[in-house]
Design a protein around this ligand. Structure first.
Ligand SMILES: N[C@@H](CCC(=O)N[C@@H](CS)C(=O)NCC(=O)O)C(=O)O
Length: 210
């Protein structure tokens, strides 16, 4: 069943923008030039019964596209590309699968970087804290794998920017913003520099971390 959104109605994005997973969807919507509105919910904003009826996981993000309600940020990215912006996803199944792999690998990266993010951003710690340092080291080790991939191609989505660049693109901004030791990873740095040139990234992702 495809979504039926009356012409002129926006896609609705539910979720606070200091969430990595909400940022992914907000950035994608801007890249795809889709008309949307975002409502703060989750975290310190709390939840309403109406929201929990749409997403009983008590997590953000969720989108409404006409009659379609969808949660799970990477599923949302894939849906938005398939439904509205096919050029953001390779039609070559092997390239597409490779991009999907890096999209889902991001959740493993998020686990590795979590203590460094929470420590530096929400607990006032820095690299001298043992948990921050250990988490920073795990994140850097994983970023070395991404750097090796980016030595082979410019974008995780193939020969052009696409949704496969979005999940790790969001986490890369955090990685480069928090107080951790970062080894020199030139391909990763180059990719991050190219992401920073994209207006949607600057607008939805490069905001103060809170
Ligand atoms: N796998 C889910 C994870 C969603 C998730 O963990 N969201 C976090 C924010 S990044 C959340 O909702 N935390 C609780 C809250 O904000 O109330 C997705 O990708 O959408």
């Amino acid at each position: 069943m495809s979504a039926t959104r009356p012409p002129g109605d926006p896609i609705i994005l539910w979720g606070r923008l200091n969430s990595h997973n909400v940022k992914k969807v907000a950035w994608a919507l801007v890249e795809m030039e889709l008309h949307f509105v975002r409502h703060d919910i989750g975290g310190t904003f709390g939840y309403t019964p109406e929201y929990l009826a749409m997403n009983p996981n008590r997590l953000v993000p969720t989108i409404e596209d006409g009659s379609l309600v969808l949660w799970e940020s990477n599923a949302i990215l894939r849906y938005l590309a398939d439904a509205h912006a096919p050029s953001f996803r390779s039609q070559d199944v092997a390239i597409r699968a490779d991009g999907d792999k890096w999209m889902d690998w991001q959740f493993q990266f998020a686990d590795a970087q979590r203590d460094a993010f929470l420590g530096c951003v929400r607990q006032g710690k820095d690299r001298t804290d043992p948990a921050v340092a250990a988490s920073g080291q795990s994140a850097a080790a994983m970023m070395a794998l991404l750097d090796a991939e980016l030595a082979l191609r410019s974008w995780l989505s193939g020969d052009r920017f696409g949704i496969a660049d979005i999940p790790m693109g969001v986490y890369a901004h955090t990685y480069f913003s928090i107080d951790i030791a970062r080894p020199s990873l030139p391909h990763l740095s180059d990719w991050y520099a190219r992401l920073k040139e994209r207006p949607g990234y600057a607008e939805q992702v490069m905001i103060p971390l809170t």
